[in-house]
Design a binder for this molecule. Sequence first.
Ligand SMILES: O=c1[nH]cnc2c1ncn2[C@@H]1O[C@H](COP(=O)(O)OP(=O)(O)O)[C@@H](O)[C@H]1O
Ligand SMILES: [Ca+2]
Length: 491
Amino acid sequence: MKERNPWHTPLTIIIAVIGVIAIVALVTIAVLQNKPLIPKYKYGIVLDAGSSHTAMYIYEWPAEKDNNTGRVEQTHCCKVSGSGISDYASDPKLAGESLKACMRDAERFVPSERHEETPLYLGATAGMRLLNIKDSAASDRVFQAVSESLQKSPFSFQGARILSGQEEGAFGWVTVNYLDDRLEQGLETTGALDLGGASTQISFISDSFDGSESPSNYVAFRLYGNDYNLYTHSFLCYGKDQALRMALAHQTQSGPGSIVDPCFNNGYSAVKNYSVLYESPCVSGRKPSSAPQTFTHTGKGNFYECQEVVKSIFNFTECKYSQCSFNGIFQPTLQGTYGAFSAYYFVMKFLNLTDTSVPLQSVKEALARLCATPFDTLKKQHPEVKLKFLNEYCFSGTYIFTLLTEGYNFTSRTFSDIKFIKKIKGSDAGWTLGYMLNLTNMIPAEAPDTPLLPHAGYVSVITVIALVLFVLFILSLRPLWPRCSQKPQIV
Ligand SMILES: O=c1[nH]cnc2c1ncn2[C@@H]1O[C@H](COP(=O)(O)OP(=O)(O)O)[C@@H](O)[C@H]1O
Ligand SMILES: [Ca+2]
């Protein structure tokens, strides 16, 4: 007769089936419990109205996370065609019109159910600061026009305003450190170097700086439970386009009519208008009284001579503090690593010097070579590069080199601490993300409570405990186990 398998009793089969169902149910609940059901996002839109152009950034973050603590990422960027809003002073309506194409873009990228609740901000930087100095009524009219245009969008428009230089510097610093996950984890922070067309910002933490020596350069933050004493300064007129104006103005002082400029390549030649050159507040008041209408601007391409011209737009002597960068502005000792973005990146990218940390000597050699290249050769080497930029790379590169070394005092040792970057993890480096994080209170002052275990750890622990309980349960039923298979013992 065939022996019955002792495990095949109705009781053990029922126990096993119930046990398996219980484990599957437990693990399924553990997996589903903490998982978002459908990936739903919230959105925020920031328009960066820079001196040279306006760009729109759309950010998104998970809607389910409590108090908007989920990671914010840039999902889309739209470049407004035409020039910066400050160039529409004589026809402000056009400034409003120019934003429309990007706003339509935003309507497609943000799901329509979210339109009404999505905040929309416009922040203007140094181009509007200069227009405000030159003609504040014109600046008001431009803001009026862009605000009217943005109010017509389906988003929740929160206003258009000029950022102070301090805000521009501090929010750039917040952006790079947020994207690098340095704030939440309380890691050593990175300094931020931003070069625009009309102003430039430097922001970093220095242990020697507590704000006492120069309170106007001090911004205090408490983020995720950590205190930061940030040094920041924005130099108005030291963006690369206004710096070029100052360099040209300096060279026209010696005698009107023509300039032979070492910062432009040999073979470059253009006729320029005196009053256009001198219309900016960065140079106004210095126009020679005998100046003719136009002057000829030709290049002779020499990096070393160009450096001398560039140095002439800085004041290195005046300083009433313990130490200064330039123009009598206090700067504490440089410390740590730096992310350099916007025009720093564009120029260093053109020089092919962005990938690794670059020795200062290599930058010098690359610039000496670039400036010495005849303009015709340069055009043939770079047919894809817009002439407007190609014309100016010798000047822009020399300006960056001089600003970093003579202005901010980077040395051949500390220069390689600078990384030239455009994006961090898919989001552009710039002030816009930090600005939105601040206005939406998305970075808490105190560290949020975190669950004891991460999700995967939680699921594993639950599974192991369930298995152990199941085995213990089966073992506890031992007295009920069938004994019929045991061989009869011979007494
Ligand atoms: O491809 C490029 N090559 C070189 N420079 C560029 C390129 N794209 C943008 N730029 C420059 O970057 C700068 C951006 O400045 P922005 O418009 O942000 O001014 P702001 O920050 O001073 O208000 C401008 O000088 C612009 O000409
Ligand atoms: Ca800018």
